[in-house]
Design a protein around this ligand. Sequence first.
Ligand code: FO1
Length: 313
Amino acid sequence: MRITVLAGGVGAARFLQGLRTAYPEAQITVIGNTADDIWLHGLKVCPDLDTVMYTLGGGIDAGRGWGRDDETYSILEELRAYDVPPLWFTLGDRDVATHLVRTQLLNAGFGLDQVTAALCKRWQPGVTLLPMSNDRVETHVVVDTPEGRSAIHFQQWWGQYRAELPALDFRFVGMEQAQPGPGVVEAIGDADVVVLPPSNPVVSIGPILSVQGIRDAVASGPAPVVGVSGIVGGRPVKGMADKCLAAIGVQADSAAVSAHYGARQLGGLLDGWVYESGDPAPDAALASLATSTLMHDAHSTAELARETIGLVT
Ligand code: FO1
């Protein structure tokens, strides 16, 4: 079976662990969000690609869900000593090695897809990890500060302000010019099933679907499309999706998120929707499954993956 997953960071990476366990024979392709990417201190950082790569490769800091395990912060301390901003992004020493390799390869002229494949040679994630685009796209958040209205990088809004500054708008800077990365549209068209895992619908799945041609490929492709809610009891299981949904006028509940993606029968994307038992049911046009969506251990995560794929295949 060929399974293609559109992925953000932590939630998607955990779901992918379950998917790999539940379907060891499947060919899994992951289309990763790169709109969270940021250039820092001359280095290209790709948080969502790295979260997927480290998680599936066994190198993730399991407590945080991002960054390297057994991490140290000498570089960050030195940057602090030099008072070189920005200091709100926690750059770990081991993680910096990844960014150094990535940046060197990009500077040598390789595309982000090739660079990601090179990094994955070390981590062997057991999936094919494709950036949504090789072109630079960055999510910026329009906020009001005491100094006036401005657009700040998503990572600053997320990391420094903990998404507490109300987001007035999200802008995917560079999106108009961005082309899908090599293999991305093909991975959707050739899939037996396409999955929208429990990732942030606004700033993780949103940018992927906004790259020219990707939404159309998902909506008009032959494969059934199934989504998993990352909202349980009106709150995100992890992260700050509620703040992002509020900014685009979507309620933080599972049914509202499924309506945001839309049922394929009604011109949207989804054929199926998996959501937490007890949460509001989605539109009857969708095949749906109310179950336990909390991925507390390897067993429950694999079970969720099995139920998700089983709903539409
Ligand atoms: N998240 C934070 O909240 N604060 C950080 O300082 C931070 C650093 C960081 C470094 C590398 C990396 O791969 C991820 C990092 N994250 C950090 C996570 C990241 O900001 C978000 O979780 C994702 O971009 C949202 O999907």
